[in-house]
Design a protein. Structure first.
Lengths: 489, 491
């Protein structure tokens, strides 16, 4: 198969998988088999593209031309490669986890769930492969719409309200700002294609350019830059696998991926840096990082706390983009993978605790480390990665981000990164502490039920992703090599 | 044969109507009328092919050359409109009246088909003719037939709705006629091409200004442009749903076509946008239509009325596209003629499906229908996504051109307003989605889908609205060419 065909296959497979899931809906084991097989095949086809992209090739595939001069097309470059690998790789693990969770939690409408899940992955891969702003926007919107049934999966009043916020904020920002920015870009630059070095230099300047950047930064609501972050906590009414894959990996990373991609391939980091166009964005991102961290400390609901932690961590990536230095962009890109691996583990753990012990609040977690040792050790490992302590993946991306801030002569942001690390210790480590060092509140039985882990299909995936956080620490040089062409190295 | 296609386009449905009266038998009329409608559609497709290949087609009726005789003149603009009208007609007509209304007894169904074919013939006639008095004649044929069709609704209020439609429509028709009279007085001709040639010499004359004002208001009523839209919500609400689908997709579109002809071909943009300077006025009216129509739609409790107000809002997009006087704007307005016909036609047919199974179109009674009638509600939701302008639907294509036109004109606020108003569509569409999918079904809710006779046309229109959301050669491609031609003539 040629590389171009592989691009089509990688997006087509999950779509075909959707049909397979619907067709086998009456036989759950077969249905889940379809999901797993498709997930593995999808990952395999993405992985096959890696060597050529590493070697400098840019596989491309033309789809359609709905407007003169604006086409729907795929073209894979390093950043998209990284995002596609993360999304499709973690889909396999999440599928395993989802089987355990959905059955352990006795959720209804599982066929619908797995069907929309597969479409969402196809949309995420479409975002990753997009060759221009139009294609990016099309798949970005598709991702919003096909995750809506997943967010509202339970159909309760709370789920409907959450769904409204989710759709309301994501659609409003994307239509009113993002689409506007795209059309404006097309008008001044005469093209929408992602081009190394950017397409806007010399075409737009001063205030207008800064306004355009603002339209992108806030228009890409999935990046959850404050004040357009409310959808992310609202989406936490979804079942845990959705929160894990979509709201720690595919959806939010589609947002920050788009921001990075636009900074690198539409504005061009030299253009941004020379004009000091993105200085305001650095401060907005820094505010988003710190405020969200502080809110996270105050949240007792575990998933809500993780959601605010995500908002804060997404701010890192936007900051990396806004710094517009090579190290900043590399750090931001790397953080897509590092944070994804860490945060998905944390959400898996939250879901496992919910399935095994029916607990959702941090204050209820005293002593559960004895009942759920595997889960809580994984939680601790992932927490350390989010905080950024070696030998875990998160330490590398933070290092490069700090380096990027230093390169830009902006020591203040080095300080912001450190402060936020401290805050993340404050909102994550107490959970680990409670679980292992406080006596169980269940009291009566001194030893409690010896071991009460979630189903095996929940525990194995979260151990895998925790191990993944360690592995990413050692893979960081390869990721850096992959991303190097972004900054012309 | 081929050279007579322009006249056959009109004669076949026009003569088909009385033949329906002679046939009478239910099955025979259905087969005959369907054949006539599809034949009309086939002719339209053939004509558009010829126009694309050879350029403008001029046909002198009865061999009498204009300006003495009447001529039919087909360029890309009206070939496009004719294709939309006859296509929607061919898809909607076979549904018939019996499936959701009870006022038409089975023995008198032939009257419905006769009125339907007459309406089609009238609408096509307005679009095809090159003679402005002929326009008035066909406009009245289509309007009278439309009043009849609206009156067939199964509630008594349909009669009142039809009557006020008739009153408003007649006022509109009269205004058009007065305008034509002034033009004839000033130039001595009724042929549009002749008018375009003779008018520039007398453009300063007050009578010409008055003619334009009368024509603008008259056509505005037929187009239901805000604030002349009062007849539309009741007419669409109480008409049989299939009739609403047909009228919403075609009647206002033909009025829009007429407006384009008046502004660009007959009077010329130099006069309309230059001397009279009505572009800002048109923009204000369009914006008001877009926002007030959408806000009204949000507050409706009946699905058909919701769609009707949504139409008022969508007509605002079309007139806004016209007001830019640029290729991008006209392309957006014109492609929205086809796109809105597909989306709104499909959505009204989805309502027809609902009414056929539940007997009501109140939004509160849609509870749980997402599970009971998944194919119908999915069609409705996809049409709704189109109204919002989500990518991969036709609505996105229209929106793209309109916003681009606003940005090209340097009107950033207007571009922003278009985008914001499209979000209002999300509110009224989502109200329906939430009721249909997240509420428990009523005890009386039906089990099972609408009959295929309804479901297939619904999905044909909705499917087309998705197909043309990606493959735009036949819609936006032709619309862009037509817009270029129109602007060339106007200069």
């Amino acid at each position: 198969m040629t590389d171009a065909q592989l691009l089509g296959v990688a997006v087509g497979l999950p779509l075909a998988g959707t049909l397979g899931v619907i067709a086998t809906g009456r036989r759950p084991n077969l249905r889940e088999g379809v999901t797993l097989v498709v997930a593995v095949l999808t990952f395999a086809s993405v992985l096959q593209l890696l060597p050529s992209v590493m070697a400098g090739a840019r596989p491309a595939l033309e789809l359609a031309t709905p407007f003169p001069g604006a086409r729907l097309a795929f073209e894979l470059e390093p950043l998209g490669m990284l995002y596609a690998l993360v999304a499709s790789g973690l889909w396999i693990v999440t599928s395993l986890y989802a089987i355990g969770y959905m059955r352990g939690h006795h959720e209804g409408h599982q066929t619908r769930f797995f069907a929309f899940f597969a479409v969402s992955i196809a949309a995420a891969l479409g975002v990753a492969f997009s060759a221009n702003l139009l294609t990016l926007f099309v798949f970005y919107e598709l991702l919003t719409l096909c995750t809506y049934p997943l967010v509202t999966h339970r159909g309760t009043a709370e789920a409907i309200a959450g769904g409204r916020t989710y759709l309301g904020i994501l659609l409003t920002t994307s239509v009113a700002f993002f689409l506007f920015a795209i059309l404006w870009t097309g008008f001044v630059a005469g093209t929408l294609e992602f081009t190394p070095g950017g397409i806007l230099e010399g075409k737009i300047a001063g205030t207008a350019a800064a306004v355009l950047l603002a339209l992108y930064a806030f228009g890409i609501g999935k990046a959850a830059l404050m004040p357009f972050h409310r959808w992310l906590p609202a989406a936490m009414v979804a079942p845990a696998p959705v929160s894990a894959l979509l709201h720690a990996v595919a959806v939010v990373k589609a947002g920050v991926f788009s921001v990075l991609k636009i900074v690198v391939y539409v504005f061009g980091i030299d253009f941004l840096a020379e004009g000091d166009l993105s200085v305001w964005l650095m401060y907005v991102a820094a505010a988003s990082i710190l405020i969200a961290s502080i809110i996270a400390v105050t949240r007792d609901n575990l998933k809500a706390r993780l959601a605010y932690s995500t908002i804060s961590q997404l701010g890192y990536i936007v900051l990396g983009a806004a710094l517009a230095t090579p190290a900043g962009v590399i750090g931001g890109g790397m953080h897509i993978a590092m944070h994804a691996m860490g945060k998905i583990t944390l959400f898996f753990c939250a879901g496992a605790i919910d399935v095994a012990l029916h607990k959702q609040k941090v204050s209820e977690l005293d002593g559960i480390g004895r009942q759920m040792p595997f889960t809580m050790v994984a939680f601790a490992v992932a927490s350390l990665s989010i905080i950024g302590i070696p030998p875990l993946g998160g330490s590398w991306s933070k290092w490069y981000l700090a380096l990027g801030a230093a390169d830009a002569d902006r020591g203040f942001f080095v300080f912001v990164l450190m402060a936020s690390s401290l805050l993340s210790i404050a909102y994550l480590m107490p959970i680990v502490g409670r679980a292992f060092f406080r006596p169980s509140t269940q009291g009566a039985a001194p030893e409690g039920p010896a071991l009460k882990e979630a189903p095996l299909l929940c525990v194995v995936p979260l151990c895998l992703t925790a191990a993944g956080s360690v592995a990413l620490f050692f893979l960081a040089p390869q990721i850096k090599a992959l991303l190097a062409p972004l900054v012309g190295e | 044969m081929i050279e007579h296609l322009p006249v056959l386009q009109i004669v076949i449905p026009l003569l088909g109507a009385p033949v329906c009266l002679l046939l009478r038998a239910r099955g025979a009329v259905l087969v005959f009328a369907t054949a006539v409608a599809w034949c009309t559609f086939a002719i339209a497709l053939a004509s558009i092919g010829i126009v694309l290949e050879q350029g403008e087609v001029v046909y002198a009726l009865g061999g009498w050359v204009a300006p003495l005789g009447i001529e039919y003149r087909i360029d890309l603009l009206n070939a496009f409109v004719i294709t939309v009208v006859s296509g929607v007609g061919a898809i909607v007509l076979p549904i018939g009246p019996g499936i959701h209304g009870h006022t038409v007894s089975a023995s008198r169904e032939y009257l419905y088909y006769a009125a339907f074919l007459l309406c089609m013939a009238g609408l096509l006639g307005v679009a095809i003719t090159g003679d402005i008095f002929n326009v008035f004649v066909f406009l009245e044929i289509s309007s009278l037939a439309a009043y009849t069709l609206v009156a067939l609704g199964n509630q008594r209020r349909a009669l009142r709705a039809a009557f006020s439609y008739l009153v408003m429509g007649t006022i509109g028709g009269t205004f058009v006629l007065i305008g034509i009279g002034f033009l004839y007085q000033m130039t001595g001709t009724l042929n549009m091409a002749d008018l375009a040639r003779l008018l520039p010499a007398v453009l300063d004359n007050r009578a010409v200004h008055a003619a334009f004002a009368f024509l603008l208001v008259g056509v505005g009523i037929k187009l239901a442009v805000f604030p002349l839209h009062q007849w539309l919500p009741n007419a669409y609400t109480y008409a049989p749903p299939a009739v609403s689908a047909f009228l919403a997709a075609t009647a206002t579109k033909v009025a829009y076509y007429l407006l384009l002809r008046l502004v660009f071909t007959i009077f010329g943009i130099g006069f309309v946008f230059g001397a009279l300077g009505i572009a800002p006025l048109l923009q204000v009216i369009s914006l008001a239509a877009m926002f007030i129509g959408a806000l009204a739609a949000i507050n409706q409790t009946d699905l058909k009325r919701l769609l009707a107000y949504s139409s008022v809002s969508q007509i605002g997009y079309m007139t806004l596209g016209l007001s830019f006087g640029s290729v991008a704007g006209l392309t957006g307005g014109l492609v929205h003629v086809a796109n809105h016909a597909l989306m709104k036609g499909g959505m009204f047919l989805a309502v027809a499906c609902i009414v056929a199974r539940t007997g009501t179109s109140a939004i509160a009674d849609l509870r749980g229908l997402g599970r009971r009638m998944p194919a119908t509600m999915a069609a409705f939701a996809l049409g709704g996504l189109g109204l919002i302008g989500v990518p991969l639907t036709v609505g996105f294509i229209s929106k793209w051109y309109l916003v681009l036109a606003a940005i090209e004109a340097g009107q950033m606020l207007l571009a922003f307003a278009i985008l914001v108003s499209s979000l209002l569509a999300a509110v009224y569409v989502w109200r329906v989605v939430e009721v249909a999918w997240f509420q428990e079904p009523l005890q009386s809710a039906p089990h099972g889908e609408a009959p295929l006779r309804l479901l297939i046309p619904t999905w044909v229109l909705i499917g087309a609205s998705l197909y043309f959301g990606v493959a735009t050669d036949l819609t936006a491609g032709i619309a862009a060419q037509a817009a270029e031609q129109l602007l060339e003539v106007a200069r």
